[in-house]
Design a protein around this ligand. Structure first.
Ligand code: GRF
Length: 204
């Protein structure tokens, strides 16, 4: 059982590089006071799920296909609760959460998004940034509320957009920062030494 550590539940759908960055920073002692309690993927073939199994973590595929969102979310909520999760981390989880899911973990779900929100919410944020012509972009880790890519912001990190950047080049530059930002945000979220004023995160 946990030795006072906050228990993280990771939700992913694909590659899982953010999950691995979190796992590595716990393993290396950079992120303290947290442990990964469970990894859940909505796709059985997600490389991130295979990586979790390889690391010996409790890991489950809970497939969404052919099921109503509410029913699928209930199973995920139950799995998170069974593993006594304190903080849910969406790490490339490509499904919208139902209001019931958000309400089950109020201010206890984090998401990472590859833009400086509120710019470029939704899919293909890096492409949106290139097409718009911004000179800086980055990533945002925020609490999840009932609107898409919208909740209280904990951490943002910026990168320059360079002349001639392709989608892949910008995405890779942002991803490097994502891997740092997620652990920073988890540390803030589990510290408990903050309050939320309106939609603003403030350190105590
Ligand atoms: C990241 O770019 C993240 O910001 C977005 O989905 C991607 C997931 O990448 N939400 P990975 O699966 O963590 O490698």
């Amino acid at each position: 059982m946990s030795d006072g550590n906050k228990r993280l539940g990771i939700l992913l759908s694909g590659r899982g590089s953010n999950f691995l960055a979190i796992a590595d920073s716990i393993h290396s002692g950079k992120l303290t006071g947290a442990e990964i309690a469970v990894v859940i993927s909505n796709r059985a073939d997600a490389p991130g799920l295979a990586a979790a199994i390889e690391r010996g973590l409790p890991a489950f595929a809970i497939e969404a296909k052919g099921r109503k969102r509410a029913e699928h979310d209930e199973e995920i909520i139950a799995t998170l609760q069974r593993h006594e999760v304190d903080l849910v981390c969406l790490a490339g989880y490509m499904r919208l959460l139902s209001p019931r899911f958000v309400q089950a973990f109020p201010q206890r779900i984090l998401n990472i998004h590859p833009s400086l929100l509120p710019a470029f919410p939704g899919l293909d944020a890096q492409r949106q940034a290139l097409e718009y012509g911004v000179q800086y972009s980055g990533c945002t880790v925020h609490f999840v509320d009932e609107q898409l890519d919208h909740g209280v912001i904990l951490v943002q990190r910026t990168v320059p957009v360079l002349p001639g950047d392709t989608d892949d080049e910008l995405s890779a530059r942002i991803l490097e920062q994502e891997h740092l930002a997620y652990s920073e945000a988890i540390a803030k979220a589990i510290s408990g030494s903050y309050h939320v004023v309106g939609r603003r995160y403030e350190e105590r």
